[in-house]
Design a protein around this ligand. Structure first.
Ligand code: GLN
Length: 533
């Protein structure tokens, strides 16, 4: 019989519920269960694909091409498993499918309602994962208890609890703020949020208390009393520097034991020795390499979540700390690359959409190319690197992507013919996993150590194959192509120590224990550059 764990949050958003959910999932996996996480996002957008990074942060792409919430990235990294579109469901999707069914006449003239129709649809999405073989489905409900839009989701998991007697555990995460003027931690917001949950009919089995300092005995007792829980079910979740420490802390606090006891199952203790090693190493690194990340959303760290994590993985694999310098590409336009990039050992230009900051990225890439600084370009970063090369090496002065200048005389990046004319916004992107072939004897080949790869994409524009001859002659090689040889997936400069751009997003496939080879090699090259400087 499948079992269910449901994670909710209270008081404020951005408490790290996603990481908590991922940590519980990891602990359960290590205790021998097949685990499937499910993130419910209560907003009405169908997916985050067209949402502004300012509001949403990174869009995480799965192998099957779903544009998902960034929590899916945490789940994949912690579980070291590939997830699918079934692991992230939005209210928009639920309503959409319900309304489609209504239009088709599936309800035979009946009134379609939030309860039971919407809630049934939500429950079906949870049970789908159990039907796919998961012994444990861990549901995380986005947003905060008390939000109007999350009510149907809470009602649905309450019903699951009713129907699956004894096979459901509720975990509630809250904030216990420290009030400076009073000199103490305050439990009232937690009390209120638990009350809210109980009003809906959900009695949490555990409270995870986020706080920046230790909970006193008294604080714990108070939260336990008001939450109707034994004291050991009030868990302290202190702030940490390394997110990979959370599962270890949860283990010490007995989170997995409490959940299993609630679900009435016994399982051997988890082996977390590799995670202990990971955390020990990440906390003790002192040698540093400086890598600049030059993009448009550098003040919003969430927009580059997977890249930041991939660098953590490469820090671990290289045993060197990556110190990131966030460089705003528009600032490069104003102040010049030299001023902002001086002293770096590597440059990464990430993916992105739209014209803003492009010229700054071009200047930054030129600086890296001319100074032999290791460069990794991801998606837009790769496209811009080819524009820079076309302009400054191949002397095609007004070379550009048709995304930024539809009238450029040298459209080195463009929409390839078979994609033209598709107007459905958000529907024309190449998304998800595609295979590629790597040419032997190239930098890409030495990095991957193999010739067949599969990587995740999310873009509309491609390198224009008409220009390939000119690039090859000028010193930039297409070292990775689609199996039919048509699409350029990797570009590299032959006479540069490490200059590589990829049309895909390697960051989505990097894992703590299985760093992505491109990130590993890039950080290794940065260290070499540092040592030779
Ligand atoms: N804007 C570019 C395109 O659509 C790059 C997208 C990206 O970097 N993800 O092709």
């Amino acid at each position: 019989m499948p079992k269910f764990i449901c994670v909710t949050g209270g008081v404020v958003s951005a408490l790290g519920k996603g990481i908590a959910t991922a940590s519980i999932a990891l602990l359960m996996k290590r205790r021998g269960f097949s685990v499937s996480p499910l993130k419910f996002d209560p907003y009405l957008n169908v997916d985050p694909g067209t949402m502004n990074p300012f509001q949403h942060g990174e869009v995480f792409v799965t192998d099957d091409g779903a544009e998902t919430d960034l929590d899916l990235g945490h789940y994949e990294r912690f579980l070291d498993e590939d997830l699918t579109r079934d692991n992230n469901v939005t209210a928009g999707q639920i309503y959409y499918s319900l309304i489609e069914r209504e239009r088709r006449g599936d309800f035979l003239g009946g009134t379609v309602q939030v309860v039971p129709h919407l809630t049934d649809e939500i429950k079906a999405r949870v049970r789908k994962l159990a039907l796919q073989g998961a012994q444990l489905v861990i549901t995380e409900i986005g947003g905060t208890v008390g939000d109007i839009e999350s009510l149907p989701f809470l009602e649905a998991v309450r019903q699951i609890w009713l129907e699956e007697k004894g096979r459901v555990a509720f975990v509630h995460m809250t904030l216990v703020p420290y009030i400076k003027t009073a000199g103490e931690l305050k439990t009232k917001p937690t009390q209120h949020s638990v009350q809210k949950l109980r009003e809906i009919g959900i009695q949490p089995d555990m409270i995870l208390c986020r706080s920046d300092r230790k909970l006193s005995e008294e604080t714990r007792d108070k939260i336990a009393l008001f939450s109707n829980l034994p004291e050991e079910s009030v868990i302290e979740a202190l702030d940490v520097d390394v997110i990979y420490e959370i599962p270890l802390i949860f283990r010490r606090e007995g989170v997995d034991d409490l959940i299993l006891a609630k679900l009435g199952v016994v399982a051997p203790p988890p082996d977390l020795s590799d995670w202990e090693e990971l955390v020990r190493v990440l906390k003790s690194l002192d040698e540093e390499v400086k890598i600049a990340l030059c993009g448009k959303y550098v003040h919003l760290r969430d927009s580059y979540k997977s890249i930041l994590e991939a660098f953590n993985h490469a820090s671990f694999s290289n045993r060197v700390k990556v110190k990131l310098r966030f460089v705003d590409s528009e600032e490069v336009e104003r102040e010049g690359a030299e001023v902002l990039l001086k002293g770096i050992h590597g440059l990464l230009v990430p993916g992105g959409f739209g014209q803003r900051g492009i010229e700054g990225k071009i200047a930054a890439i030129r600086y890296a190319r001319e100074n032999g600084i290791p460069f990794l370009g991801i998606c837009l970063g790769m496209q811009v690197a080819t524009i820079e090369f076309a302009r400054n090496v191949l002397k095609m002065e007004r070379a550009n992507s048709t995304e930024f200048n539809p009238k450029t005389p040298h459209p080195v990046i463009t929409i390839l013919p078979e994609k033209k004319g598709v107007l459905y916004y958000g529907g024309t992107l190449r998304k998800g996993a595609y295979p590629a072939r790597i040419k032997e004897g190239t930098l890409a080949h030495s990095i991957y150590g193999e010739t067949e790869i599969s990587e995740r994409h999310r873009h509309r524009y491609e390198f224009n194959p008409e220009y390939l001859g000119a690039f090859e002659k000028g010193g930039m090689t297409a070292s990775g192509l689609s199996p039919d040889g048509y699409l350029v997936e990797i570009m590299e400069i032959r006479d540069h120590p490490f200059f590589i751009g990829v049309q895909f997003h390697p960051e989505f496939k990097s894992r703590p224990m299985r760093v992505h080879p491109l990130f590993h090699a890039f950080v290794a090259a940065a260290r070499k550059f540092k040592e030779s400087a």
